[in-house]
Design a protein around this ligand. Structure first.
Ligand code: DGL
Length: 264
């Protein structure tokens, strides 16, 4: 038994897709969500910057007495989770990476695509995942510049977002792709649009639920499930707290109130 909260963080609102899946799967758990909105997008940061920012965030979360940290951001996982595990050996981490294994097992055509930030698309980590899990598949790595900024601005449903998505997804049209992975935690908020643009023959995979299941597994291994009946949900941002609360409430259709502002 462990009633301490679970900490989750992202560069902004994207990680709320994992927050939502975790809340649904583990309704007794208290959750602290940290959005580094003051430094979004992570997709444009150097590895050193990502190490530095994520280390500060984890230190902050540990200061809030979390029992586990979920790196609810593909870019931060790919570039910083190893560093975080070394820096904080006593805290268990769960990360999120593109679902290459799932794509490889689901494709019939042998061609799949990963949508992510340009940084994740170019990463050696993604190359490693492809070599390990999809060596015999054609994997298109689509770096989708700018999408997370629109979601952050609360403009994921705008015409501009649709136009940008169409531009990024055009290479998939005549490519024989039949399975697409959402390799950035902001993208599940655009899932309906992505599906509409891709059409019915292409399946879209979102890692939020598998990540929540991994959290449950880890808590089970450690006998660390919460017991109290009334969990709490706290939100912090390094950006504008009012803006974060408004955009988050709209995306989640859940009232995100009393967001704390934090300087890292
Ligand atoms: N949500 C993040 C991810 O999963 C990154 C968005 C960004 O800040 O570039 O990669």
């Amino acid at each position: 038994m462990d009633d301490r909260p679970i900490g989750l963080f992202d560069s902004g609102v994207g990680g709320l897709t994992i927050w939502r899946a975790t809340k649904r799967l583990l309704p007794k758990e208290s959750l602290i969500f940290f959005a580094d909105s003051g430094h979004v997008p992570y997709g444009e940061k150097s590895t050193e910057e990502l190490h530095d920012l994520t280390t500060r965030i984890v230190r902050y979360l540990i200061g809030q007495d979390v029992k586990i940290v979920v790196v609810a951001c593909n870019t931060a996982t790919v570039y910083a989770i190893d560093h975080l595990r070394k820096t904080f050996p006593d805290i268990p981490f769960v990360g999120v990476v593109p679902v290459v294994k799932t794509l490889a097992s689901r494709t019939h055509t042998g061609t799949v695509a990963v949508l992510s930030t340009p940084a994740t698309a170019e990463s050696a980590y993604l190359t490693g995942l492809i070599q390990e899990y999809a060596p015999d598949k054609r994997v298109l790595r689509i770096g989708c510049d700018g999408l997370e900024d629109l979601v952050e601005a609360g403009e994921g449903r705008s015409r501009q977002a649709t136009a940008l998505l169409e531009r990024h997804l055009t290479p998939l049209r005549d490519s024989n792709v039949d399975a697409v992975g959402l390799g950035c935690t902001h993208y599940p908020f655009l899932r309906h649009r992505i599906k509409r643009i891709l059409g019915p023959g292409i399946s879209v995979f979102d890692p939020s639920r598998p990540v929540a299941r991994r959290v449950r597994e880890l808590l089970a291994e450690r006998d660390a499930f919460a017991q109290h009946g009334k969990p709490f949900y706290r939100f912090y941002t390094t950006g504008d707290a009012t803006h974060f609360g408004e955009v988050a409430s709209d995306l989640l259709r859940y009232p995100v109130r009393d967001v704390g502002h934090v300087e890292l």
